[in-house]
Design a protein around this ligand. Structure first.
Ligand code: ADP
Length: 503
């Protein structure tokens, strides 16, 4: 561990499109604050750079104010002013960039899904680096995340290093290889990248079509490349890499998978202010009280306190196994349980399909679908549920299974990616009993899911004492960021040491 102010404490800047709880779409947001806080606790100076979205939760930022500086950054042949805001989120210093550009890139009432997302985030990547450069900060690590800030890596080495801003080493984390950020090659020029230099098969040209690929560029140009679990790191070296497998093979020496942690302050049933009653592994009465409260809130039947409640909190996209989620709803009804789904979809057909299912069960007092994003309600569902399903087709890491366990909800998951690294089947005699913590299935079909659910329901109803011990064990597993942050700390230190040796 590095002590604050000692020479081993690093200066780390995360450049990202999301951060919990101020601007959250999915797990990326949790990682930025969770990893950031854990690194700060280890004695490093951690700063975060985010876009200043009009839709962000400003009430989650303390001391938000505009800095008395204007940072100018290049875009499409012109220089634009950026208003820089600072504030503290979860104890971390954050810089918010508000471009003074006529396209109002971050005043769109949503984080992603705009026709010009590529433009919005190439702009942001350039402005974020400009902010660091103009501030004169001697950063050791610049950590960028996903395609939205992948441009930071080539920009840093091809533009800023030439200006003498080269003390940092670049770490890139890909949280999901499904989203790679591709565009016609010429669009790279918007943020000042050299198209001719980068539009080559060994640099940024996509491996299967003529476009350029942001994630590929970050893999090629970063000093360290990570993804969010060891199993996913293996999967993306073959089909899971969505066309980038060969690039990952070429750069395999700098690539590794580090399992995400969860923010154990935010996700703590013994202090969670969203819950009706706080509880811990030694007091499961409190968990039962939350179940009763949620049933009342959602108008679910409450005659049988021990009727199992299955939870699911997810973005409704193909990756999450939407057909299996649908199946789990019907299977739960068949098995006599209750089901609560909290989810929303950016895909209109999927959203409509689930609205149809919600209507179908409208008068059924055992099934509720809440088709929106609701952070407060998510806490209540983790606390109230007995089981939690994550039947993903692929899952880079997945946080919901870990959060569920911390709240004493036993996960039922498909063995893929980070789910394979965090959930171990209760009935699998080939693994030690002490690590068995949930129910898993392998094939992405209804049969596999049904049999895992049947085993879970059986255990819950027939062996309540065994179930209680399983719940208590799950609640005490350490999913904190501490171990994973140490792994990041280690690779950062090594990269910095190599850089200093060269210098
Ligand atoms: P992904 O990043 O692919 O969406 P993760 O499992 O890594 O999946 O992270 C999901 C995070 O988003 C969790 O913190 C989960 O609680 C939260 N979440 C997902 N959907 C919703 C929703 N509809 N309302 C509230 N929180 C949600």
């Amino acid at each position: 561990m590095a002590l604050p102010g000692t020479s081993s404490g690093l200066h780390i800047a995360h450049i990202a499109a999301e951060m919990a709880p101020v601007a959250k779409v999915g797990g990326l947001a949790d990682v930025i604050s969770g990893l950031g806080k854990a690194l700060q606790k280890k004695g490093h100076l951690v700063e975060i750079i985010l876009p200043k979205y009009d839709c962000m939760q400003v009430d989650q930022v303390s001391n938000l104010k505009v800095l008395d500086v204007l940072v100018q950054s290049y875009f499409e042949g012109n220089m634009f002013n950026n208003k820089i805001w600072t504030g503290t989120v979860e104890g971390l210093p954050v810089y918010f960039i508000e471009p003074q550009h006529p396209a109002m890139f971050f005043s769109r009432a949503q984080y992603y899904g705009e026709h010009d997302d590529f433009k919005r985030f190439t702009y942001f990547s350039r402005a974020a680096l400009e902010l660091l450069y103009q501030s004169g900060k001697k950063v050791d690590i610049i950590h960028c995340h996903d395609w939205q800030t992948a441009f930071v890596a080539p920009l840093y080495w091809d533009v800023y290093a030439n200006l003498g801003f080269n003390s940092a080493r670049i770490c890139f984390t890909c949280h999901n290889f499904e989203y790679q950020g591709t565009a016609p090659a010429r669009d790279l020029a918007w943020c000042g990248l050299d198209v001719e230099h980068l539009d080559r098969p060994d640099r940024m040209r996509d491996n299967s079509h003529g476009r350029i690929n942001a994630v590929k560029g970050a893999i090629v140009y970063s000093n360290i490349v990570t993804t969010v679990s060891p199993t996913y790191a293996l999967e993306v070296r073959s089909e899971g890499g969505r066309g980038l497998q060969d690039t990952l093979k070429v750069h395999s020496r700098k690539f590794l998978g580090i399992l995400n942690g969860i923010d154990t302050d935010t996700w703590n049933p013994s202090t969670d202010r969203y819950l009706k009653v706080q509880y811990n592994a030694k007091d499961l009465q409190g968990k039962a009280a939350n179940k009763a409260a949620l049933r009342e809130q959602l108008n679910l039947a409450s005659a049988y306190p021990s009727q199992p409640l299955v939870g699911c909190i997810t973005r409704l996209v193909a990756q999450k196994g939407v057909h299996l989620i649908r199946h789990a709803i019907y299977k739960t009804a068949e098995l006599g349980g209750q089901f609560v789904l909290l989810g929303s979809s950016p895909v209109p057909e999927i959203q409509r399909e689930f609205e149809g299912i919600a209507d179908h069960f409208q008068n059924n007092n055992n099934i509720r679908l809440i088709l929106k994003y609701d952070d407060a309600l998510s806490h209540c569902i983790y606390a109230a549920s007995d089981m939690f399903i994550v039947p993903s087709i692929f899952e880079p890491c997945g946080l919901t299974q870990m959060i569920a366990m911390r709240y004493g909800s036993v996960p039922i998951v498909r063995k893929t990616g980070g789910l394979n690294d965090s959930v171990f089947d209760f009935d699998d005699e080939t693994i030690p009993m002490e690590v068995r913590n949930g129910f898993t299935f392998v094939k992405a079909d209804e049969q596999g899911l049904s049999s895992a659910m049947e085993r879970a329901f059986n255990c819950y109803t027939r062996k309540p004492e065994v179930w209680k011990q399983l719940v208590q064990k799950d609640m005490t597993i350490d999913f904190s960021w501490d171990t994973s942050a140490s792994q990041y700390e280690d690779i950062y230190q090594k990269a910095v040491a190599r850089a200093r040796a060269v210098a």
